[in-house]
Structure formats: C-alpha cells, structure tokens
Design a protein around this ligand. Sequence first.
Ligand SMILES: CC(C)(COP(=O)(O)OP(=O)(O)OC[C@H]1O[C@@H](n2cnc3c(N)ncnc32)[C@H](O)[C@@H]1OP(=O)(O)O)[C@@H](O)C(=O)NCCC(=O)NCCS
Length: 141
Amino acid sequence: MKIRKFRRSDLPILCEFQKENLEINFPDLPKNIKRFKRNLLEWSKKEPEGIKIVESEGRVIGYIWLNTKEHYGLVRHLFVMKEKRGKGIGRKLMKIAEDYFKDKNKNKVRLTVTLSNEKLVGFYKKLGYKGKRLIMERVIE
Ligand SMILES: CC(C)(COP(=O)(O)OP(=O)(O)OC[C@H]1O[C@@H](n2cnc3c(N)ncnc32)[C@H](O)[C@@H]1OP(=O)(O)O)[C@@H](O)C(=O)NCCC(=O)NCCS
C-alpha cells in the first residue's frame, strides 16, 4: 500500500467513490458529481498536497482530501473502498491528516459527519473526535 499525490487520472475512480459517499450520507440529495469534479480539480491546484491517494497493487482504494483553514484543519473527504474497510486504512489516513495539519501549525482538526451514519460517527469517536455543533433540520411542505 502506498500514499501518493492526486493525479488527474484519479478523477473517474474518485467520482465513483463520491457517488457511494453521497448515497450513504446524503440519500435525499441529487448526486451532483459534476460539482464534486469541479471542486476537486480546483482544489488540486489550490492545495495539491492536501489530496492524498491510497494505492494498493496499482489500484486506487481510498483517499483523503484536506484543506488548511485559518484556525483549523478541515477533512473534506475520507473514503476507503468497501472491500478494504476495517483494516486500519481509515485510521492511518486520519493520522496522516493530523500530522499534515500539525506541520502547518494548526492545533485542531474539524470534519462534518451525517448523524444517521452511525458507523462513521463511531469511527471518529474511536479516534477521539467529539461533536461540537449540531446542524438541525426539519422538512417543511
Ligand atoms: C469511515 C471509513 C473511512 C473508515 O475506514 P476504515 O479503513 O474502515 O477504518 P479503520 O479500519 O481504520 O478503523 C479505525 C478504527 O475505527 C473503528 N471503527 C470502525 N467502524 C466503527 C464503528 N462503527 N463503531 C466503532 N468503531 C468503529 C475500528 O474498529 C478501528 O478501531 P481499532 O483500530 O481500535 O480496531 C470507511 O468506513 C468509509 O470510507 N466509509 C464510507 C464512506 C464515508 O462515509 N466516508 C466519510 C464521509 S466524509
């Protein structure tokens, strides 16, 4: 397994990952993959070292997308493909994220999770993350 920088040729597989991510975390929203693609390309120029690809046997199996903010480090996306989950890759990527932000003199890492994604909440809690704010929503018709 190796971690490397993002390449433009990674776009199709990352878009596939994003489709699954949207399905899990935002099942009621339209799958706006075009916007994801646009953002990814934009950020691959703005903060190219912030997008880290996990490759195993020549295949992309996951990635993490980091963004350095003024007062904290933001994890924009984290994804490990289904067959490779539960093997410590997610934990390793979060350690890479924390080291990356420490290097940039940030002392906080922030991320957003969908509360109904209990697996994900469990994963981050295990890694020592705590809820700080709650987005509230009500369907109005
Ligand atoms: C979340 C995700 C990145 C985790 O990656 P992973 O490689 O499967 O996680 P790891 O194997 O590194 O697990 C790390 C730790 O979290 C724990 N963990 C994982 N799921 C858990 C859960 N549901 N509840 C409690 N702990 C959990 C593991 O047991 C492990 O602990 P250990 O190291 O003490 O054994 C991966 O499951 C994923 O990509 N999910 C779908 C996409 C998604 O929702 N991404 C986030 C959107 S931004």
